[in-house]
Design a protein around this ligand. Structure first.
Ligand SMILES: [Zn+2]
Length: 180
């Protein structure tokens, strides 16, 4: 079976699931969907018995496969790497940590990597930012000192990753990580 999308083009992704698909040629080499769909290529399709009567094997599609876990699968024509479902060299997910502002109250955050003046750089969710602001407001109230709205870290713009970056400006120390 050669996988095709509704518009007739050779699939790049399998549905459901969105798994990366490549196409197998009669010479048993993989071909990426981009090459299969490139009108400049002399693509032929041979399924079932037709496989035995193929013309140019390297351009004849005989099957489609999902690339489950080959991180080093390359199109035999354009050399483009064919994505895999499970073996991608993923970006390392950010590590969940607990941190404090040099006092005893711990907050949930993420290690942003690196340090600033000896403090650990962390990122927090907007929810945690609001908790932190509340914490400092209470501390200020108890300590009898002033607190300005401008000090609120929830005013820091949220980044593309949905987190507020406290790197390079706050006395944040990572206390533990959550994976024991
Ligand atoms: Zn290709």
């Amino acid at each position: 079976m050669i996988a095709r999308d509704e518009d007739g083009t050779f699939s790049k992704w399998a549905w459901p699931g969105g798994y990366p698909v490549y196409h197998l040629c009669a010479d048993y080499e993989p071909m990426c969907a981009d090459c299969a769909n490139d009108p400049a290529n002399p693509i032929e399709v041979a399924e079932g018995e037709e496989r035995m009567h193929t013309g140019d094997e390297q351009w004849t599609l005989i099957a489609s496969e999902v690339n489950w876990e080959d991180a080093h699968l390359y199109c035999s024509h354009c050399n483009q790497r064919i994505e895999s479902a499970y073996a991608e060299p993923e970006e390392k997910p950010m590590q969940g940590i607990k941190f404090s502002f040099d006092d005893e109250t711990l907050f949930d955050g993420f290690a942003a990597g690196g340090t600033w003046n000896g403090f650990d750089n962390v990122k927090v969710t907007p929810q945690v930012a609001a908790q932190i602001d509340l914490h400092f407001r209470e501390m200020a109230k108890r300590g009898g000192y002033g607190y300005n709205d401008e000090d609120d870290i929830s005013r820091i713009p949220v980044g593309d990753d949905g987190l507020i970056d406290l790197s390079g400006g706050y006395a944040t120390s990572i206390i533990t990580d959550e994976e024991e």
